[in-house]
Design a protein around this ligand. Structure first.
Ligand code: C2E
Ligand code: MG
Ligand code: MG
Length: 683
């Protein structure tokens, strides 16, 4: 234990003590000076009385007699003694305080969990607290044999030396984090502050360094950062980290024109089906395996001898080039490519790699992926924009038939902008009530009377009424169709109810509404329909739900379940646009539909094309065999009506009777229909 060191440290702290000590020491010098002066004066005084040559007659009048002298001197000596005793007591008090502080410092440093060190100006160790052995494993002898800088990580040495230099110059160093080697070879992270001990001349000759072991805290922090930037399932970088790396690459490419890269957005085709059929655990396992394969692809893509043009500092490292953006979407950053064609080649390799079957839960799974590519040659400066471009290209690949790759181009961008605007406008339109319901009468070919209506949406825009072809598909994709059609259903039911009251008939008027795949997949479809029927007081038997063939014939178990739920409500079901999709006759027999609506494409060419006429005849015959009614859509001419009547078709709908129009128009037609007869209906 270096007692001297403690003394030095203690004297330096707190600041007031050395000042007081030097003041009292100064006074001690003064005291000594005073004592010597008094002694000299006393000696000279006694000598003047003792030696004859000092005793001059003429001076007698001026000198005190001996008694006065002795009295005065005695008083002076007494005063001096008192003052000396007082100063001595003061010094004793201060020395006691210093000893106490020494002891306190010793106690603290010996028992502190933090490592306390004292080093000289050359970095030589003068003292290390016992915590050093506990934290770093070195014995005091081992520490004494080495310099303080030796165990510091080479990469951190400069920073530590700089901080020490600052402490030396300013007295107090900055907090610095660095790594120090444990005796077992591992690295511990320390947080340290240094302060200087100055000598009497104000020069720094020692540093006290307090080190705290923050290895565990650092590890926990690193884990938190890792979790925030990585996907928990695949442990690949997540969207945030990918965007960060991409932003770096993008900034780099703007600065160095010869540095190019590409972004690949990889989306697994029909992943939802795999997830739904095999369960989410198997889906997760598959995603992990896909991530692993893509990782191998990145590694191989990197090994393919793409000449490295740019050895630019800050280039993304390989580890960061593959990410999982979420769900079944992965992204790859192809760094330092010469031509976008290289990205296409890598995309093809990725597709080839993913085509080989996966084994999950002992089950073989075959997948494909659609890939969108965007390259750094785009004018974008934001990473998100580049990912969005790749996303647009990826969607194009999906629409073009999946298992493909597409490179983003400017036409795609223009389309995407248009589409984005349409989506925004559609959402606003719903809030602002811009959708209108138009109705088209469905007419009985036997009586010529209106038996019901089909409700069809229109969008009221400043430029006029927009037909559904312009917006239904997008509404379906963004899910807006669900609230949109709920509104429509309620309004159509309200109108039907009031028309039924005003124009009673037997059977009562019906209302047909179209159900899209998205709506069909809503778990609350049946309950929503029931609510609308209850609120408007419409008899469920008067509501016809039109479903296209592909939904009705889709996944037997699922669609069968929904169809029977709907049927249980008492509503009627029609298959819309019949003949355009794929229908299995055996399925058709088993699903609870009431009506087939023949697609207008067949009706339209019925008079000129014998094949169409034959198809219509077969459909009607088939429907009748199955006990279903038939509605012919798109009837435009008297000839259509005549032919359909010959084929025993029950009902028709088309411009021949009426174009779709608003409720006021329908009201007038109903009034005429009620009094007049047959084929003149609505014309
Ligand atoms: P759809 O259900 O087959 O409706 C019939 C379509 O044929 C309507 O087109 C109608 O205007 C049109 N049409 C009727 N008669 C004739 C005719 O004689 N000649 C010709 N060329 N066309 C005729 P619209 O209103 O443009 O609707 C198109 C499709 O949009 C509808 O086909 C339906 O699938 C969908 N749709 C319309 N409104 C809605 C809606 O409110 N909800 C849902 N889910 N789908 C809707
Ligand atoms: Mg329809
Ligand atoms: Mg139709």
């Amino acid at each position: 234990m270096n007692q001297h060191a403690f003394q030095q440290v203690s004297q330096n702290s707190p600041e007031a003590i050395p000042i007081e000590v030097s003041r009292i020491e100064g006074r001690e010098w003064w005291l000594w000076g005073f004592a010597v002066s008094v002694t000299l004066a006393l000696t000279l005084g006694i000598m003047s009385f003792t030696f004859p040559w000092f005793n001059r007659e003429t001076d007698v009048a001026y000198w005190f007699d001996l008694r006065e002298w002795v009295r005065a001197l005695a008083a002076l000596v007494l005063l001096f003694d008192l003052y000396a005793i007082y100063q001595h007591l003061q010094l004793q008090r201060i020395r006691r305080q210093l000893a106490e502080r020494d002891q306190l410092f010793q106690l603290i440093s010996e028992n502190a969990a933090d490592m306390i060190a004292l080093v000289d100006s050359d970095g030589r160790r003068l003292y290390n607290s016992p915590a050093y052995q506990k934290v770093l494993g070195y014995s005091p002898e081992e520490l004494r044999a080495t310099s303080s800088i030796e165990q510091i990580h080479p990469d951190d040495r400069q920073r530590v030396l700089k901080a020490a230099e600052k402490a030396r110059l300013s007295g107090q160093g900055e907090r610095v984090e660095y790594r120090m080697r444990h005796k077992d070879g591992s690295w511990r992270t320390l947080e340290s502050t240094a302060c200087a001990i100055r000598n009497a001349r104000g020069q720094t000759d020692k540093l006290v360094i307090v080190n705290r072991d923050i290895t565990e805290r650092k590890r926990a922090e690193e884990m938190l950062v890792h979790n925030a930037l990585h996907d928990g399932l695949t442990n690949l970088p997540n969207r945030a980290l990918f965007l960060d790396r991409l932003q770096h690459a993008l900034t780099l490419s703007k600065r160095h024109s010869n540095y190019k890269f590409a972004v690949l957005l990889i989306d697994v085709d029909e992943f939802k089906i795999i997830n739904d059929s095999l369960g989410h655990t198997a889906g997760d396992e598959l995603l992990i395996q896909i991530g692993q394969r893509l990782k191998d692809c990145v590694r191989r893509a990197d090994m393919v001898s793409r000449p490295r043009i740019s050895d630019i500092p800050g280039r993304p490292t390989n580890d960061d080039t593959l990410a999982r953006l979420g769900g079944d979407e992965f992204a790859m950053l192809l760094d330092d490519i010469r031509d976008p064609i290289e990205a296409v080649r890598v995309a093809e390799r990725v597709q080839a790699e993913l085509v080989t079957s996966f084994v999950v839960n002992k089950q073989e799974i075959v997948i494909s992926a659609s890939i969108g590519i965007a390259s750094s040659t785009s004018p974008h400066t934001q990473a998100e924009d580049l990912v969005r471009d790749a996303d647009i290209a990826m969607y194009r690949a999906k629409r073009a038939g999946k298992a493909r790759c597409e490179v983003f181009d400017t036409a795609m961008h223009a389309n995407a902008v248009k589409r984005l605007k349409l989506e925004t406008d559609l959402r606003k339109a719903l809030d602002q009530g811009e959708f209108r319901v138009h109705y088209q009468p469905i007419v009985s070919l036997e009586t010529g009377k209106i038996t019901g209506f089909e409700a069809l949406t229109r969008w009221q825009r400043p430029e006029g009424l927009l037909p559904p072809i312009e917006f239904i598909a997008v509404s379906e994709e963004i899910g807006l169709i669900v609230p949109m059609n709920r509104q429509l259903l309620r309004e159509a039911c309200q109108h039907l109810r009031s028309w039924q009251t005003e124009f009673p008939s037997s059977p009562p008027l019906t209302m047909s509404v179209n159900i899209t795949p998205k709506e069909f997949a809503q778990p609350d479809l049946a309950s929503e329909i029931r609510k609308s029927l209850e609120q408007t007081g419409v008899d469920p038997g008067c509501l016809q739900l039109e479903i296209i063939e592909t939904i009705a014939m889709g996944d037997a178990e699922k669609s069968g379940h929904v169809l029977s739920q709907l049927k249980a409500l008492g509503v009627r079901l029609s298959i819309d646009d019949f003949g355009t999709g794929y229908s299995s006759l055996s399925r058709l027999r088993r699903i609870p539909v009431d009506t087939l609506k023949i697609d207008r494409a067949f009706i339209l060419h019925m008079d000129s094309d014998p094949d169409s006429r034959e198809i219509v005849r077969i459909i009607i015959m088939l429907a009748h065999n199955l006990g279903l009614k038939v509605v012919a859509e798109g009837t435009e001419t008297q000839q259509h009506i005549n032919l359909l009547k010959q084929l025993n078709c029950e009902m028709a709908q088309g411009y021949f009777f009426s174009r779709p129009a608003d409720d006021q128009d329908m009201l007038k037609r109903l009034a005429r229909n009620h009094s007049a007869r047959a084929t003149s209906v609505g014309r």
